[in-house]
Design a protein around this ligand. Structure first.
Ligand code: HEC
Length: 267
């Protein structure tokens, strides 16, 4: 009897021990599975947050957006913003116009013809020179244009100008600047002669204006010729004028462009 009681007590103890061991292992298992769940969640979240560099959250130019009141994603530029390299604060250098002139960007002086290279017509034959009489000459004819070079003229600049002149101008204005280049000889409107008195006296800014903005039948060469080279070409034109003047003591020996029969002929 005693023995059996002890036995039952023992077995009770054993079952109690077994229960507590099972409970503990159950707790451990639960903790482990919680850990695993947490790790899986972490992995999932990390995966969901991944954004590749090729798919960046950015606004494309001009794409609409609800973020700003005006519906644009791009912000307007602050007033007075100038792109790097486009400041052009030196008006005389970049436009050939005297600083402070209101219409600095516009060509001035007696423009030859409003309709440059269209059908030839009777009035156009007189268009490249202004009517005689009260017309101002020299710097007075082009009051907005600079009279002195805005940069120092060096021999390198003149050499560069000669090279550029022969590439861009001589085809029409001729190698000596008489306005009889090959294109003119083949029927294009007679180009101005740099060796007539009017252009000898014209300020350098006038030449810059003509090359930059075009002049009558002559197109603008601004896209092809950088500002620095335009001044170099003008320095060379001045050298051509001087040379021609020295070679021909009577400056009137070269007839003005419009006095020639080809004056208004162009295609
Ligand atoms: C495609 C031919 C052509 C080329 C190239 C050309 N010009 Fe002209 N240029 C003309 C013609 C034509 C005129 C006269 C415009 C008119 O009467 O309609 C003229 C006029 C001018 C004038 C204006 C003179 C005036 O009457 O006050 C200047 C200055 C001038 N050219 C400079 C240049 C320079 C510098 C270059 C080279 C960078 C050049 N031109 C290249 C055809 C050309």
């Amino acid at each position: 009897m005693l023995k059996s009681e002890r036995q039952t007590a023992d077995s009770k103890q054993q079952t109690a021990k077994a229960v507590s061991v099972r409970e503990r292992s159950g707790q451990r298992r639960r903790a482990r599975s919680r850990c695993l769940l947490f790790a899986v969640c972490c992995l999932l979240f990390a995966g969901a947050c991944r954004i590749d560099m090729h798919d960046q959250p950015k606004m494309k130019p001009y794409r609409s957006s609800t973020f700003f009141n005006d519906g644009l994603s791009s912000r307007p530029l602050v007033d007075g913003t100038v792109p790097r390299g486009f400041l052009k604060a030196d008006t005389e250098y970049f436009t050939g116009k005297k600083a402070g002139r209101a219409n600095a960007a516009l060509p001035n002086g007696p423009q030859p013809s409003a309709q440059p290279s269209v059908q030839p017509s009777a009035q156009q034959s007189t268009s490249s020179t202004a009517s005689p009489g009260a017309v101002p000459t020299g710097a007075a004819a082009y009051p907005d244009d600079v009279e002195v070079f805005p940069i120092p003229v060096t021999i390198q600049m003149v050499t560069r100008g000669k090279e550029r002149y022969e590439i861009f101008c001589s085809a029409c204005h001729g190698p000596t600047g008489d306005g009889d280049g090959m294109i003119v000889r083949r029927g294009f409107r007679r180009a101005a002669s740099f060796n007539d008195d009017r252009l000898r006296q014209a300020p350098v800014g006038h030449f810059f204006d003509a090359v930059t903005n075009g002049w009558g039948a002559m197109p603008s060469y601004a896209p092809q010729i950088p500002v620095q080279d335009r001044w170099a070409i003008i320095a060379y034109i001045r050298a051509l004028q001087l040379k021609n003047e020295m070679q021909s003591p009577t400056t009137t020996s070269v007839p003005p462009a419009s006095a020639t029969p080809e004056g208004g002929r162009h295609q």
